[in-house]
Ligand binder design. Structure first.
Ligand SMILES: [Zn+2]
Length: 313
C-alpha cells in the first residue's frame, strides 16, 4: 500500500495481461475509508485484500465505489464487500451494463453475431469470444449496489461522468484531485470501443468528456493504471489530438472498396495482433468509423450480410 498526498492510499493489484496491474485508491473520510475499485477477481483476490486491509489497523471501510464494470475494476467487488461489510456504490448506467454482460449467459452469442456482422471471419470470431469469456470466472460483481448518478456526492467526493472507455464510467473529484479511473491514463490511450448494447457514439462521448475534464481544471489525476498525472489538463489535450489523428488515419484506410471494421483494423492496428488485442482493435476501429459517419467523413452500408464503410467523398 502506497501513501499519496492528502492521506490517499493506493493499492496495486496484479493483472495477467497488459498493463499488468490495476490500482485501487483508498480515500480517507469521516465515515471511514472509501475504497475505489477492487481489481480482478483472481483466485487469491480475497487473501490479497485481507492482507491489504490488515494494514489499516482496524480502521473501518465505510464504502466501496466501482468506477466501471470492466473485469479489472469490478472483479473482486463481492470479495471486498464481504471482507469489509461495506456497501458498494456503482453508476446507474454502468451497473445495468455490468449485469447485462456478466450476469447473463448469452452475452457470448451476442458478441459472436456482432463480430460477424463487422466482418470477422468465423474461426477468428471463435478465438475472440474464447478470449473474452476467459475473464468470466474472475468477475464477482456485487448485485444490487447503491446506484450513483453524475453529480452525486460520496464522502465529499463528487461523481463525474466519464463516458467513452465505458458508457457509465464515473470518476470522483474533490479539491482538484480526480480519481480518474480509465478516463485519463499516462502512457496509454484508454480503449474507446463500440460494443453491442453500448451508446452509439462512444468516441464522441469520450471527446466531449475530455473537453469537460479540461473545464474542471483538475490539478492531479490518479488513474486506474500507471502513475499519477500531475498535469491532467495537458493529458486531456494530448488525447484529443491523438484521436483527431486516428480519425484521419481511419479516413485514409477507407480509400477504395467498401471495407468492414475488421478489415480497417489492420491498417490502423497492424497485422500481428493476438485475438484478445484484435477484439479491442475492431471495437476501437468501429468507434472511429461511427464518429466519422456522424461527422460526414464516412458512410455506413448495412445489408443482411453485414456492415461496411466507405469514405464519404
Ligand atoms: Zn482498467
Amino acid at each position: 500500500m502506497d501513501e499519496l498526498d492528502g492521506g490517499i492510499r493506493r493499492v496495486t493489484l496484479p493483472l495477467p495481461n497488459r498493463p499488468g496491474h490495476v490500482h485501487a485508491y483508498l480515500l480517507p473520510g469521516e465515515g471511514g475509508w472509501t475504497i475505489v475499485d477492487t481489481g480482478l477477481g483472481l483466485p487469491d483476490a480475497r487473501d490479497r485484500w485481507a492482507a491489504e486491509l490488515a494494514a489499516l489497523d482496524g480502521a473501518t471501510v465505510g464504502r466501496i465505489v466501482v468506477t466501471h464494470f470492466h473485469p479489472d475494476h469490478v472483479g473482486a467487488a463481492s470479495d471486498l464487500a464481504e471482507l469489509t461489510g461495506a456497501p458498494v456504490s456503482q453508476g446507474r448506467v454502468d451497473y445495468a451494463q455490468c449485469a447485462l454482460v456478466w450476469g447473463g449467459e448469452d452475452w457470448g452469442d451476442v458478441l459472436v453475431d456482432w463480430f460477424r456482422r463487422h466482418g470477422v471471419p468465423p474461426d477468428v470470431t471463435d478465438e475472440l469470444i474464447e478470449q473474452g469469456s476467459a475473464y468470466r470466472p474472475f468477475v464477482r460483481y456485487r448485485p444490487d449496489p447503491d446506484l450513483l448518478d453524475p453529480g452525486d456526492v460520496v464522502e465529499g467526493w463528487k461523481a463525474v461522468a466519464a463516458p467513452g472507455h465505458a458508457d457509465g464510467q464515473l470518476m470522483l473529484l474533490r479539491e482538484g484531485v480526480l480519481i480518474a479511473a480509465d478516463h485519463l491514463l499516462g502512457r496509454i490511450s484508454p480503449t474507446v470501443g463500440l460494443w453491442p448494447a453500448s451508446r452509439p457514439d462512444p468516441l464522441g462521448d469520450y471527446l466531449d468528456a475530455l473537453r469537460a475534464t479540461i473545464d474542471l481544471e483538475p490539478t492531479l489525476a490518479l488513474p486506474g493504471h500507471g502513475e499519477p498525472l500531475t498535469d491532467p489538463v495537458a493529458r486531456a489535450h494530448e488525447l484529443l489530438a491523438h484521436h483527431r489523428e486516428r480519425l484521419e488515419a481511419t479516413v485514409a484506410a477507407l480509400e477504395g472498396e467498401p471495407r468492414t471494421a475488421y478489415q480497417v483494423s489492420f491498417p490502423l492496428f497492424g497485422d500481428d495482433l493476438k485475438p484478445s488485442a484484435r477484439r479491442f482493435a475492431v471495437a476501437e476501429t468501429l468507434s472511429h468509423l461511427e464518429r466519422l459517419v456522424l461527422e460526414g467523413g464516412a458512410r455506413r452500408h448495412e445489408t443482411a450480410g453485414g456492415v461496411t464503410y466507405t469514405a464519404a467523398q
